[in-house]
Design a protein around this ligand. Structure first.
Ligand code: UDP
Ligand code: MG
Length: 322
């Protein structure tokens, strides 16, 4: 066991989980101690309005615990992103703060993270309501698999293990955390799936409803677009633009021929409108592709911008290393 390096960072986003913090910590602690490695636990308080913050303050006395407190509720994805930014471990494991994921699964994921870059939990016997949870989730998993080409049984499971390099490359937005395996796959990481235990929620309330499905669907469109075209927008818009311009041009030539050589009136013909429209749309599309090319350069070359604002960082600051 090396003294100054962290083997494992456990990242836990919590939002109004006052009654879960204590039991979660008690369940987590013996598991992590039993692994005989250097670890840290990073709680990200996502702007809780109940007593979560004070419960976490008590835990920060443990030198293994760090607490990041958001200024307001930025959402689970932002909480993960903050945890990743502050984690110092070689392996990073995320889990829910409501004890629905089982801390006992952590050693298994940690061990697998030695062989894979990303290990994703699969809640095979998921203990959530069928109609508004498991059903939309099953459809989403199927759809995400089809669209992104990365087939997992359970994209929504928060219990995942990442090797450090994987999260270093991630920039997360929207409800994007559930697409990490798909996004990461496009960096060429090795993804594995492992069955994990799932428990029903016993304390506190779920933070999501059926409306999440819509957000996930919209994010899927973004992910697909970024995955396929983000580095080559002109190749996406260009062909459509060229086809449209050429079609418009052909229509115009046809009409011009009729006017000039056959002396027909073309002013009132719908075809004229179509021809002009096709040319304008075509040029617009090509222009959009070119604008996209410029944006892509800015996007890829600009500095890192965090998607959250921290109020304070409690406990083991991670800065005292070396
Ligand atoms: N969570 C969060 N910010 C939010 C919503 C949820 O940090 O805006 C946390 C929440 O405290 C829990 C985890 O994300 O630890 C999963 O949330 P929840 O259990 O409500 O989701 P479900 O299991 O019902 O899908
Ligand atoms: Mg839950």
């Amino acid at each position: 066991m090396q003294k100054n390096s962290t083997d494992l960072s456990v990242v836990i986003p919590v939002y109004n989980e006052e009654d879960n913090i204590g039991p979660l910590y008690s369940a987590l602690k013996p598991v992590l101690e039993g692994m005989g490695i250097n670890y840290e636990i990073i709680f990200v308080d996502d702007g809780s309005t109940d007593r979560t913050a004070s419960a976490l303050e008590d835990l920060a006395a443990d030198r293994h615990v760090r607490v990041l407190e958001f200024r307001r509720n930025f959402g689970q994805t932002a909480a993960f992103a903050a945890g990743f930014d502050h984690a110092t471990g070689e392996v990073i494991i995320t889990l829910d703060g409501d004890l629905q994921n089982d801390p006992a699964d952590i050693p298994k994921l940690y061990e697998m993270a030695g062989r894979y870059d990303l290990v994703s939990g699969w809640r095979r016997n998921r203990k959530d309501p069928f109609l508004n949870r498991r059903l939309p989730s099953a459809i989403a998993n199927w759809l995400i698999g089809r669209v992104t080409g990365v087939k997992l049984h359970d994209y929504g499971c928060s219990l995942k293990a990442y090797r450090r390099e994987v999260v270093n490359n991630l920039r997360l937005y929207g409800e994007m955390h559930r697409f990490i395996p798909a996004v990461a796959n496009w960096y060429g990481v090795k993804v594995a799936e492992v069955e994990t235990t799932h428990h029903p929620r016993t304390r506190g309330k779920s933070k999501y409803g059926i409306t999440r499905t819509v957000k996930v669907f919209l994010d899927l469109i973004t992910v697909k677009f970024l995955q396929s075209f983000s580095t080559k927008p002109i190749q996406f818009f260009g062909p459509m633009g060229l086809a449209s311009t050429l079609a418009g041009f052909a229509v115009s030539v046809y009409l011009a021929f009729q006017k000039l050589f056959l002396d027909k009136a073309i002013g009132g013909r719908p075809l004229l409108l179509l021809g002009v429209l096709l040319i304008i749309i075509g040029i617009q599309l090509i222009g959009m592709g070119l604008l996209g090319e410029m944006l892509v350069r800015v996007y890829h070359e600009s500095q890192k911008k965090p998607i959250y604002a921290l109020r304070k960082v409690l406990g083991n600051g991670g800065g005292d290393q070396g």
